[in-house]
Design a protein around this ligand. Structure first.
Ligand SMILES: Cc1cn([C@H]2C[C@H](O)[C@@H](COP(=O)(O)OP(=O)(O)OP(=O)(O)O)O2)c(=O)[nH]c1=O
Length: 191
């Protein structure tokens, strides 16, 4: 018998990726105070944030499995989360222009019996962007709900020259690793 997956996330991207992989799930939206996790290390930060989100979700039945994730952008010892305003988005995109940065997603999967946490890294190289390019991109409103102020899956695609690693990790959930790990929680894709 398979267990029931609960996605503890309000990210539409994470929902779409589970649907794409044909994993049945329901969503349990929740809010956590992400500012309580302070760390300069991106791996530690996403690990702790994914754990915080995963532990915050209540397991109501024995067969429920919780999935939670957190994504940040890391560049030159700095961590970029979602931009708080236009200036902040401009600063982030200016820093990323012409450079390579890392995207880290931490994932927590837990049941009543066990829990796992892992972190995936993808390197992303940006083209050199003019001030005009950056201002145009910000005017699309796309940067605001995304770590690092861009969305590779939408118009942000045109900012990107090259990536190394899992594309879906940048979008917010490294779906192939997630599906593999879910097998050990008796959760499988369904036709
Ligand atoms: C870099 C990048 C990030 N993102 C998104 C993925 C995440 O949704 C978001 C980072 O914020 P997160 O705090 O990881 O997630 P969230 O607040 O959207 O959702 P929840 O906490 O409820 O699970 O940035 C993209 O969609 N595309 C990209 O190219």
């Amino acid at each position: 018998m398979s267990n029931k997956l609960i996605l503890a996330s309000s990210s539409p991207r994470r929902q779409e990726l589970l649907q794409q992989a044909m994993i049945p799930f329901s969503t349990r939206k929740q809010s956590v105070d992400e500012t309580q996790i302070i760390s300069d290390d991106p791996v530690e930060k996403v690990r702790k944030l994914a754990t915080l989100k995963g532990k915050n979700a209540v397991i109501h039945h024995d067969d429920e499995v919780i999935l939670a994730a957190d994504t940040v952008v890391s560049f030159k010892q700095r961590i970029f989360e979602k931009p708080v305003n236009q200036d902040n988005a401009f600063q982030m995109l200016t820093a990323l222009s012409g450079n390579t940065h890392e995207v880290y997603t931490g994932v927590m999967i837990r049941s009543l019996e066990k829990e796992i946490v892992f972190v995936e890294k993808t390197s992303v190289e940006f083209w050199t962007l003019s001030e005009e390019d950056i201002n145009w991109y910000i005017s699309t409103q796309e940067p605001y709900d995304k770590a690092g102020a861009y969305g590779i899956q939408s118009m942000g695609a045109i900012l990107v020259k090259k990536i190394i690693g899992d594309y879906y990790n940048v979008v917010g959930l490294p779906i192939s690793r997630v599906v593999r790990e879910l097998r050990s929680f008796s959760i499988y894709p369904q036709k």
